[in-house]
Design a binder for this molecule. Structure first.
Ligand SMILES: [Zn+2]
Length: 89
């Protein structure tokens, strides 16, 4: 098994790692539904590309923005408050 003759210097190691940084993906806004999507990729929310519908998409219920969870939490809190008030009275 070949073994390096010399230890890699900190300078050479850091020069090698100068290309390892991650970059943010190229995001763009869909001209049809104005959702943020990857550029040069079919819009996952409306299925449009170059102004044409190229994919069948399900209804908007598939995309979830967390509003249901927050509203259900608020409702649960309200219910507990109501229950405690009923027990007190
Ligand atoms: Zn779209």
């Amino acid at each position: 098994m070949p073994v390096p003759k010399y230890r890699t210097s900190a300078s050479k190691r850091d020069m090698r790692r100068s290309h390892h940084a991650l970059r943010a993906p190229g995001l763009s806004v869909c001209p049809n539904c104005h959702e943020v999507k990857l550029s040069h990729v079919v819009c996952p929310s409306c299925g449009f590309y170059k102004g044409k519908q190229v994919l069948e998409t399900k209804s908007s219920s598939t995309s979830w923005d967390g509003s249901d969870l927050s509203s259900s939490k608020v409702q649960a809190k309200d219910e507990t408050l109501e229950d405690s008030s009923k027990k007190d009275s």
